[in-house]
Each structure stands twice: as C-alpha cells, then as structure tokens.
Design a protein around this ligand. Structure first.
Ligand SMILES: Cc1cc2nc3c(=O)[nH]c(=O)nc-3n(C[C@H](O)[C@H](O)[C@H](O)COP(=O)(O)OP(=O)(O)OC[C@H]3O[C@@H](n4cnc5c(N)ncnc54)[C@H](O)[C@@H]3O)c2cc1C
Length: 600
C-alpha cells in the first residue's frame, strides 16, 4: 500500500507564488506567519499526517465507529489516541483566535494543513472540522458569557463541537426545521426534537460535546425567518467551568453508510426527558442568517476535502502504476520485456487528468483562502470589500467543483488499478466511497450552483463574475504574448475558454429572472464551467511564474518544467470542455425540462 506524503514543494509553490503568503503575513495580526514558521508548520503537519493519520485510514474504514446500548459510541482502534495527540500538538487552535487560546495564524496556512488531514484521513478530520464550525458560530455571534464558558475548551480540543441542522423533513431546505426551543425565563431554553445525520454527534474522544442546534421558539414566524441557533452541551458546564449534570441529549443510533466509516453519523434526540437545556446564540429568529455567515468557512473546508482526497487517490494510483507490469506500451519492439502500466498512454492520460485537476483545485482553494484573510484583516476597507466579494463568488465553486472532481478523480484512481481497484485491500476503493459524501453535505452541488447563479452572479447583474472573467482574460493575453510555445498554447486555449465563460455569464444574468427553469437547469454546468476556468486561470498563472523562473535560472528547474507541462495538459485536454459547457448552459434548459414529472 502506498504511504501518503504531503506534496510539500507543490504546496509551498502555491502558497508563496500564487496565493501570496508573504502579503498575507503582512496583514495585522499575522506577523508570525513568517516563511520559516510556515515551513516548520507544514513539515510537522506532514509528519503527523504520514505517521499518525494515514496508517489509521484503512483500519478505521474496515472497523468503523460502533454504537453501544446506552447511547455511547466507540471510534475505531487508534482514533482516540490519535485525537489526543492531535489536540496536544495544538492543531485545533492553529487559526483560532489568540483570545481563546488559539495561535491566530492565517486561514491560508490552515488550508494547506487541512489539505493534509483530509488527504490522510478524511473520517478523522471531520471532528476537528465540525468543531471549527461550532467555534466560529459562538465566536461570531455568541455573548461574552457563552464565549468564555465554551471557547477555551473547544479551541484546546478538550471538548469537540457539532452542527445540528438536519431533520428528517429538513435537509436542503432548513426552513422546515421543527425542533422546538421554549424559553425558561432564566435566560435558558429547553429544546425538544430529533436531528439526523449529525457528524461526530457522539464519540469517545472527549468528555463533553458542544452541539450547535437550529430550533424554533414558540412564537417564531414560519419559514426561514423563524429559526434560532442554540448551544446545547452534552454535559452541562458549571459557572466555575467544571462539568455538571448530564444534559437531556442522547445519541439514539448511528448510520451504516457508504464511506467515512470511522466518522460516526448520529441520530440525536434532544429533550426526551423533559427538555435539553440550551443557550441562545445572538438573537432569536436570526439563526439561519448566522449559519450563512459561517457557511463560507464550512463550505470551503468541504471543498478542501475534494482536493485532499483527490491528492491521496492520485498518489496511490501513481504508486500502483509504477509497480504493476502488464502488456507493452505502443511503439516497443515485439520482443521487448513487459512494461509497467505507467507506460501505457491511457494510464498516463488518467494520471495527468488526476494531477492537473488536483493542482488546479489546490491553486484555486489557496488563492481563495488568501482572499478570506484579506477580507478579514486588510487595513483598507475598500480592499476588504473587494476580497469579500471575490470570496463570496468563489465559495460555491471551491465547494461544488472540487467535490464533484473528487468523485471523478477517485474513480479514475480505481480505474488505474484495474480489477485490484475494486478490491478493498488496495485502498483505492475507499477513497472513491469516502469522496461520495462530499458533494452532498454542507449543501449539495445543486444548492451550491443555485447560490452561484443567484446571489453570486445575477444579484449584482454579473458585475463580479465579469470582473473575474476579465482577470482570467488578462492572464490568457499575457500567456499568448510569451515566446515559449507551451505558454502561448496555454494562452490560446484559456482565451477561448474565457470567451465561453463570458457567453454563459451574459446568458445567465437575464435568464435568472426571465427563464428561471432554464437558468436553474443550467446551474450545475455553469458551476462546472466556472471551476474549469478558475483552475485554468490559476494554472496559467503558475505556468507564467514557472516560465520566468526557468528564464531567470531561479527555483528548481525540473519542478518548474512539470508545472508548465501540467498546465499545458489542462489547457489542451480539459479547457476545450468550456465550449461544450457553455452550449449546454445556453441551449440545454428546455431539453432538461421537456418531460413532465408524470412522464418519468
Ligand atoms: C454522512 C453525512 C454526514 C452529515 N453531517 C451532517 C452534520 O454534521 N450536520 C447536519 O446538520 N447535517 C449533516 N448531514 C446532512 C446533510 O447536510 C444533508 O444530507 C444535505 O444537506 C442534503 O439534505 P437531504 O439529505 O435532506 O437531501 P434533499 O434536500 O432531500 O435533496 C435531495 C436531492 O434534491 C436536490 N435538491 C433539493 N433542494 C433543491 C433545490 N432547491 N435546488 C436544486 N436541487 C435541490 C438535492 O441537490 C439532492 O440532489 C450529513 C449527511 C450525511 C449523509
């Protein structure tokens, strides 16, 4: 079995050359993110991923989390210990506020580290990831008392966090939430209801679990405007910070599912014995609004799952392709010895597709993370606003496109293995199964695409979308001006693809209001087109930078050559899909909706 190795040279290149770590480190509060500190953190994270998390990935999948009578959950062998090492090493607080014990480092650096956790053990990292979401909710909108009571222990990882949104009748449409929260007159509420699919809703890592729960108060208006957000601890916390009585919260069962077996997916029952005590976050009826603020980070993290698992599947496929002898590549003499499958052009095509898409996802995600840091910390208000607008556009793309690619690339990983890919012991099948959830939770691809065409494209008349398309066109033009044949060719393909994107934007903006059915039928292809172009844009930038290094004789020449070759593959073999996607968006809606529901 292959061993995960974080692609440190590639990660450093993207962080420093594409995402601008040096600029981010100059933002107020991020001064400690010097190149030396960044390198030390990346190397430590890489060792933890390789030595602690990766070896547990397969056994964790085979054993799975187990629910026991009485509502306890046991995680697979080694996971509890790994969590305690993870916590002791301070990984949970890496980018959390120093006020509550975190290290306050940039999201950009945290993203690179997060990629390694997702790549080495997706099921493990879901617990810290959900904890980060719960921390953010309390930090952004919780009272000072709530923050003091819960955040230090959550940032330290002594307690973990969950997000309890989904109910049997409320999935994509959270307006349908029914869990009730009744005020007790003493500032607390009593909650009653059932939540399903709650990641790490119960486990054996820590004594306490802090649940963030969406519920309705008795007088709440119907729909989206009547939902509030509550902190509901598994074990009540006394005023002196010590643990008190057990709250009325129970894990009724956990799900048997396709992948991420080591991550318990819990059915949670609140208030079976009279009501679970909860504390309101912010104001009543504004819970969904708060969730939307938090969603950027949560959706970004799930997009990073698509990237991480694709990188892992790629590494495993490369290792197998170099080791498996079968047939002879075309062009070899009839008496030549049997070669390795990596010499077959079709295997090369698959590996290049995995590599180019993975590098594209990484570049797009890290550039978005740098914009998140600027949106929060840039001293210039206009710059903060511009970065936030860019982040808002990119989040559904990072989430939707990267996770959809995760399906395809992990599937290619199975294909490279041939029959052995279908057999669990190679590990390729696990990546394929684990990746499958990422396009579903934290908003399905359809929901991301609706967000992209509506709030992110049509709402401002396409202004932000056209601005970014213009930046892509400028990179294409710069590539086309280069003497190098490969760079020129990348520029030509990128320019053609950008024209396709502009055509799609020009159609989508009026269609969103005038032909809502057709616009929504084209939403996922539109998201896909955006991802394809965002990836081409960033790989085009990478090729320009690599070309300059080669001309100047700086940097590692073999690495720079692979950057250009990978960008050229993306341009020649993947970017031409843009024209087809644009045609599907503009002309496909009517056909998609041609049959009535009763004709299926
Ligand atoms: C393993 C796992 C872990 C999870 N973890 C958590 C968790 O920790 N906390 C939590 O609260 N939830 C969690 N979830 C729930 C998850 O977020 C939901 O499953 C998801 O939001 C989809 O909701 P649904 O399952 O009800 O599907 P539905 O909303 O019923 O969707 C079914 C299909 O209809 C489509 N659809 C629905 N509405 C629209 C629309 N408006 N436009 C276009 N298409 C639409 C969807 O895209 C999808 O293809 C988890 C789920 C799983 C399986």
């Amino acid at each position: 079995m292959s061993q995960y190795q974080a692609p440190l040279a590639e990660i450093q290149f993207v962080l420093t050359e594409l995402a601008g770590l040096a600029q981010v480190a100059q933002l107020p509060g991020f001064e400690e993110a010097t190149p030396d500190v960044a390198t030390a953190i990346l190397e430590e994270a890489s060792k933890f991923a390789t030595n602690v998390l990766d070896p547990l990935n397969y056994s964790g999948d085979q054993e799975g989390a187990q629910w026991r009578e009485g509502g306890t959950v046991t995680t697979p062998a080694g996971f509890r210990d790994a969590y305690h090492q993870f916590r002791a090493s301070g990984w949970i607080g890496l980018n959390k506020s120093t006020e509550y014990g975190g290290q306050g480092l940039p999201q950009l650096l945290a993203a690179a580290v997060e990629e390694m956790w997702h790549a080495s053990n997706l099921a493990f990292d879901l617990c810290p990831m959900l904890t980060a979401g719960a921390i953010e909710a309390i930090e952004l909108r919780g009272s000072e008392a709530l923050k003091r009571k819960f955040l230090p222990n959550m940032v330290a990882g002594t307690w973990t966090g969950t997000m309890n949104l989904t109910e049997p009748q409320a999935g994509s449409d959270l307006a349908a939430v029914r869990t009730r929260a009744v005020p007790q007159g003493d500032g607390t509420y009593k909650l009653q209801g059932t939540k399903i699919f709650i990641t790490y809703g119960e486990h054996d890592y820590t004594e306490n679990i802090i649940h963030l729960v969406l519920a309705r108060t008795p007088d709440a208006p119907p729909g989206v405007k009547g939902i509030s957000l509550f902190v509901v601890p598994k074990v009540l916390v006394n005023d002196d910070g010590s643990l008190g009585a057990r709250n009325d919260v129970a894990c009724v069962s956990i799900e048997h599912k396709l992948g991420i077996h080591a991550s318990p997916t819990a059915v949670m029952s609140f208030g079976d014995k009279g009501g679970a005590i909860g504390y309101l976050v912010g104001e009543e009826n504004r819970g969904l609004e708060y969730m939307f603020i938090m969603m950027n980070l949560a959706r970004f993290s799930v997009g990073m799952e698509g990237l991480g698992i694709s990188e892992r599947a790629y590494q495993r496929a490369v290792a197998y392709a170099k080791d498996r002898a079968q047939g002879k590549a075309p062009g070899l003499a009839p008496d030549a010895a049997t070669g390795m499958i990596i010499d077959h052009p079709d295997i090369r095509r698959m590996l290049m597709t995995m590599r180019a898409n993975t590098e594209a996802m990484r570049a797009v995600a890290y550039v978005t993370a740098a914009a998140m840091d600027n949106a929060h910390r840039n001293p210039d208000a206009a710059a903060r606003k511009a970065h936030q607008a860019f982040v808002d556009l990119m989040i559904p793309i990072v989430k939707g496109w990267s996770t959809e690619l995760g399906q395809e690339l992990t599937s290619l990983g199975v294909q490279v293995h041939g029959g052995m890919g279908y057999i669990e012991e190679t590990g390729a099948a696990q990546h394929f199964r684990d990746a499958r959830i990422t396009t579903i939770y934290e908003g399905t691809t359809g929901i991301q695409a609706n967000d992209l065409i509506g709030r992110k494209t049509a709402r401002d008349g396409g202004t932000m979308a056209r601005k970014v398309a213009g930046e892509i066109a400028a990179v294409a033009a710069e590539l086309a001006r280069q003497d190098d044949v490969s760079l020129k060719a990348i520029g030509t393909q990128l320019a053609d693809a950008t024209t396709a994107l502009e055509t799609a934007i020009d159609w989508m903006v009026p269609a969103y209001g005038a032909q809502p059915g057709a616009a929504h039928a084209g939403a996922v292809p539109y998201l896909r087109l955006w991802g394809l172009l965002a990836g081409g844009w960033q790989l085009g930038r990478a090729a320009l930078i690599a070309g300059k290094h080669l001309r100047d004789g700086t940097g590692a020449a073999p690495f720079m050559k692979t950057k250009i070759a990978t960008a050229r593959y993306y341009a020649d073999c993947l970017l031409p899909q843009a024209g087809g996607l644009a045609r599907t968006i503009v002309a496909g809606g009517e056909s998609a909706l041609a049959l009535a529901a009763n004709e299926f």
